[in-house]
Design a protein around this ligand. Structure first.
Ligand SMILES: [Fe+2]
Length: 199
């Protein structure tokens, strides 16, 4: 199959961002395995284009860097070019989410189930949250890495909240409990997950 240009463009930029020295070693490592699998396009054609209220915040989240001559700018333009093809979803389970968090967040799937390239061996996408939103504690079997595009904080295993800084990120081993929260500005973080058979 031929991979659409907008998907290829995003994968190439995301691959660079997930190899940043600002990421923990384990995050770079899981991302390297994700991008190895992504060398082979695979799409079963399943799509889910339903939009949610937080989708309307995409432009505001990307605005601070969309014109920048950086990988973040290029990634923002690539995300915008994918907007109509993304698979949108949101979480409605988990504890400790802030009031109204369901409408205040959304996930965009680029490569992964019902994403722009629908497949089941990896997930590549992003999370968008309005200001002052706390996402619920959650965990999932697949190992995962995040890269922050904006200010924001993460917490793992009920520990301290940390701000890895723009371009920094976190690494979650399998089933590691984690959460994230925004401050004064909209939050955008990209993620990749490595799925094992049975996950
Ligand atoms: Fe996660």
């Amino acid at each position: 199959m031929r991979r659409p240009d907008n998907v290829s463009a995003y994968i190439a930029i995301a691959q660079r961002l997930f190899q940043s020295e600002k990421l923990p070693d384990g995050g770079r490592d899981v991302a390297a395995r994700v991008f190895e699998r992504l060398r082979t396009p695979s799409d079963d054609g399943a799509r889910r284009h339903t939009r949610y209220p937080a989708c309307e915040w995409l432009d505001a989240a990307l605005a601070p860097f969309i014109d920048d001559d950086t990988d973040f700018g290029a990634a923002a333009r690539a995300i915008k070019a994918l907007e109509a093809d993304l698979g949108w979803s949101r979480r409605s389970s988990g504890v400790n989410g802030s009031d109204g968090y369901i409408d205040a967040h959304v996930h965009g799937m680029i490569c992964g189930p019902r994403g722009a390239e629908s497949r089941y061996d990896v997930q590549l996408g992003f999370s968008l949250m309005l200001p002052h939103t706390r996402y619920p504690d959650h965990s999932h079997p697949p190992e995962e890495a995040y890269v922050l595009f904006t200010r924001g904080e993460f917490r793992q295993n009920g520990g301290e909240w940390i701000d890895p800084g723009v371009g920094g990120g976190i690494h979650n081993v399998r089933n590691n409990p984690h959460a994230m929260r925004s401050g004064e500005v909209p939050f955008l973080a990209i993620w990749c997950l490595l799925t094992r058979e049975g996950d």
